[in-house]
Ligand binder design. Sequence first.
Ligand SMILES: Cc1cc2nc3c(=O)[nH]c(=O)nc-3n(C[C@H](O)[C@H](O)[C@H](O)COP(=O)(O)OP(=O)(O)OC[C@H]3O[C@@H](n4cnc5c(N)ncnc54)[C@H](O)[C@@H]3O)c2cc1C
Length: 533
Amino acid sequence: MTGEPMLWSGWGDPALARELPPEVRVLLRDFLGVRAPDVPAVGLESVRLPPVALPEPLLGLLAEVVGSAYVLTSHEARVRHTRGKSTPDLLRMRAGDGSAAPDAVVLPGSHEEVAELLRLCSAERVAVIPFGGGTSVVGGLTASGSGFTGVIALDLGRLDRLLSVDAESLVASFEPGVRAPEAERLLAAHGLTLGHFPQSFEYATLGGFAAARSSGQASAGYGRFDDMVVGLTVATPTGTLDLGRAPKSAAGPDLRQLVLGSEGAFGVITSLRLRVRRAPDERRYEGWRFGTFAEGTAAVRALAQEGQLPTVLRLSDETETMIGLAKPDAIGSGGSGCLLIAGHESGGVLEGGSVAARQAGAAAVLTRMGGEPLGAEPGEAWERGRFSAPYLRDSLLAAGATVETLETAGFWANLPRLYDAVRLALAGALGSPLVMCHISHVYETGASLYFTVVVAQEGDPVAQWERAKEAVNAAIVATGGTISHHHGVGRDHREAYAAEVGPVGVSILQAVKDRLDPAGILNPGTLIPPPAA
Ligand SMILES: Cc1cc2nc3c(=O)[nH]c(=O)nc-3n(C[C@H](O)[C@H](O)[C@H](O)COP(=O)(O)OP(=O)(O)OC[C@H]3O[C@@H](n4cnc5c(N)ncnc54)[C@H](O)[C@@H]3O)c2cc1C
């Protein structure tokens, strides 16, 4: 895994950038009519930034808290902390639009420094965007700076330590800026793992996972990230919250849940206590084929409801299977029907049982439900390419195709309606996009649907996508799904989230924000509307 700074205009380690394979160019031309010549991103130095709005004396006060080496106003630092990694974010950055840049990047080195910065920024009305790995795909890193003296990105990268390991309780304490690969490396030295492998694994941080309620590819075996959090320390402008002194508690509402998913709008997570598991010593991945998505979905539901869930489970619909997206190293060579990937590991919730026995238990269900075993190869190909798909997005954007993902979740009985509603909304807004879908987070009562959309760029590609996104959000709300299973709310889902929780729900969130952050400096515009300027 990489230790390189992420590509500022795209995804991942620049050294791992991928050319579009010829078969993908054929797909683009034949399916979508994309023929335009490639357009590269502008150079970093050509990104247009607004002037630094923070006055020098205020920059000096920030430097007094963290040290002058940790207050950055250089062009490069500001560009690298502008927006997140959604496709509209990348389209804007590629075109040199740095209008959402923070005035300064501030890197605190301790909880106390974070707390002091929040006090100072409240007093001086400086908006603060907590910045973890910078991989938000919902506009969670674009503050509304209007009405503020300026905006800082609070980069948590210096808070990067494993603080303690309680091997008896299987609890590890971390600072929030630890990136996922480093967390795994540090835990591996103790024979432990978190088992959290989202596709953004290479760059996202533990604090960002908690703040945005992330869910990884092995969620069936290890749980969502919010399930792993047993304790949190949070700095807020009004004081420190220290939550979680037992695995479960009947002492009133669980305030940890108020922080999980708060996306930097209520406070800054400065340490996390996480449930960890013993690292698996055996992994087996395999593929299965189902005739239709409906048949595959029924099989996946049976696995969940009969207690036979593998550690990793992913069911592609017919289009995703045909394109071969589950095996990013071999896109364009997909099969027919629907591909199911199952991964069985010796760790996770079922620790102790033999992998062979688990595999056999799941196989009995999948066979009964009409599945045809395809052997290990499709599962191993998925495992090899599990983090590589996002690298293709940059080449697709350059080639004139917009590619973006979106996701929702619902109860089993409502899932087919949700699937149809999202596809209909996309077709209505985009004409004939390529829409692929998979199920990859599965529960006894329902599952998430994860869509990948590819369309030829027309006119202003950001406006083109935003129209589609608005239509999809409305469709999800109207069909009774949640606006996000794991990407979060940010700014992009704010209205739909408000519709989901209703006016009373929004007023509760506002009341919490008003109590913890009376000056409204924390990530204004994320989660709930910003104060009127
Ligand atoms: C290619 C790609 C693939 C992805 N795949 C997945 C996936 O499989 N599963 C998934 O769940 N998500 C996925 N995501 C989304 C993203 O990675 C997650 O939302 C992740 O949790 C963000 O972590 P981060 O450290 O990058 O946080 P950031 O993007 O830096 O921040 C996310 C939000 O949390 C806030 N925040 C960050 N750190 C803190 C803190 N310490 N205290 C308070 N607030 C904080 C920020 O202000 C922001 O609102 C993907 C994103 C990309 C670009």
